[in-house]
Structures are given as structure tokens and as C-alpha cells.
Design a protein around this ligand. Structure first.
Ligand code: SF4
Ligand code: SF4
Length: 144
């Protein structure tokens, strides 16, 4: 769905939770598509490009394996994130950062609907599930 259609859906929706969920899902899907279409991480046999270059602290599972934490419990058997964490989708490891960065401000509809504080919430919640992040966004609502 394109940006204008999503914008109109948000504006017409009266329920604040649903408004934020429409925006969140749209941004999440947008980021998933960016990662997928550009194949930045280039997984092969469960090892991403940074794993294979030995630039990570663990040998596989990319950045779903965290120091002091191990393999994230939200990674499902198909190696897909089961909690739709948008902060993880905005995160780029140091190995890839020269090539790709995601600034929330540059994402569609963010400047129109999210304050600076809410934009920080988008980036600061690695390994946190969608519902938690949505609750934080709603708590600091000013624009919807
Ligand atoms: S962002 Fe970096 S560490 Fe994470 S999966 Fe991609 S290449 Fe691997
Ligand atoms: S929450 Fe983050 S670290 Fe955990 S499975 Fe999802 S993308 Fe990976």
C-alpha cells in the first residue's frame, strides 16, 4: 500500500491504538522490504556477511545473537523475527554501516506523525516486541 493510502487510513482512524499500529506495520514492512530487496546481510547457511568476515562476536545468526544474551528467543525456527521489533530492523551493524544506515526521519510518514522523542523510541528498543514499542509510542503521543 502506498504512503498516501496509509496516511489517509491513519487520519480517518479514531482509535489511537489502531492509528499507531497502522503506522508501525507500514514502517516495519517498509524496512523488511529494504533489507530483503537489497540483501544487505547476504545470509548463507545461517551466516550473514559479517559472520563470514569474522566481524561479529558469534559465528552465526547475524545480530540476532547478542553478547551476554545469546540467541534471541524471538527468532523462530524459520529464522524469522517473531516479535516484529522495529528497532532491530533499524539497527545496522558496524560492518555494514558504511554501506547502509536507516534514520527514522528519512522513513515515510515519520516526520508527519512522530515526534523526536517517539523517533528515538523506534531506535532504542532492540529485542523488544511490537506491542511494547507501540505502548511507548502511544504514551508519548502528541501528533495523532
Ligand atoms: S546487520 Fe550485520 S550482523 Fe546483523 S545480520 Fe546484517 S550483516 Fe549480520
Ligand atoms: S527481536 Fe531482534 S534480535 Fe530478536 S529475533 Fe527479532 S530481529 Fe532478531
Amino acid at each position: 500500500m502506498n504512503e498516501e493510502v496509509i496516511k489517509n487510513r491513519i487520519l480517518k482512524e479514531n482509535n489511537i491504538n489502531k492509528k499507531y499500529e497502522i503506522l508501525y506495520d507500514y514502517l516495519y514492512d517498509y524496512l523488511v522490504k529494504q533489507w530483503h530487496d537489497n540483501n544487505y546481510c547476504d545470509f548463507k547457511d545461517n551466516k550473514c556477511i559479517a559472520n563470514r568476515a569474522k566481524k561479529t562476536i558469534h559465528e552465526d545468526n547475524g545480530c540476532c545473537w547478542k553478547k551476554g544474551y545469546g540467541l534471541c528467543s524471538y527468532l523462530n525456527e524459520d529464522k524469522i523475527c517473531s516479535c516484529n521489533s522495529i528497532s532491530c530492523k533499524l539497527f545496522v551493524c558496524s560492518y555494514l554501516r558504511k554501506k547502509v544506515r536507516f534514520n527514522p526521519k528519512g522513513l515515510p510518514l515519520v516526520k508527519e506523525f512522530l515526534t523526536n522523542k517517539q523517533q528515538k523510541i523506534l531506535t532504542k528498543n532492540l529485542l523488544r516486541p511490537k506491542d511494547d514499542i507501540l505502548q511507548q509510542l502511544i504514551k508519548y503521543d502528541k501528533t495523532m
